[in-house]
Design a protein around this ligand. Structure first.
Ligand SMILES: [Zn+2]
Length: 91
C-alpha cells in the first residue's frame, strides 16, 4: 500500500487555480455575460513581461452578438488594461 500512499498521500496542497472573472454587457441585447480567465492557462506572456489574453464571449440568449475582450495583466497578474468590443464591462 506504500505505492498508493506515495501517489495520493502527498502533503503538498493541490495546485491553486486562480480565475479572473469579469462581466460584460452585450451592446445589442443588454444581457450580462460572465467570462472567466484561467490565470494559470489562458495568459500568454508578452515581451514586456506582461500577460495578455483575448476571449470571445457569447450570450445564452437568441442574440448572437460576439463580444471580444482583451485583457492585459502585469507580472503579478493584476489587470492593468481591459477592452471589450461588442459589449461593455460591468463591475
Ligand atoms: Zn446580446
Amino acid at each position: 500500500m506504500n505505492f498508493f500512499k506515495s501517489l495520493f498521500g502527498g502533503s503538498s496542497p493541490a495546485p491553486q487555480t486562480n480565475f479572473y472573472t469579469l462581466n460584460v454587457k452585450c451592446n445589442r441585447c443588454g444581457e450580462v455575460i460572465e467570462g472567466r480567465v484561467n490565470l494559470a492557462n489562458d495568459l500568454s506572456l508578452e515581451e514586456d513581461n506582461n500577460y495578455f489574453v483575448r476571449k470571445v464571449l457569447m450570450g445564452s440568449g437568441h442574440c448572437f452578438q460576439q463580444i471580444e475582450i482583451e485583457l492585459k495583466f502585469d507580472a503579478s497578474k493584476k489587470v492593468i488594461e481591459k477592452q471589450a468590443s461588442g459589449g461593455t464591462f460591468v463591475e
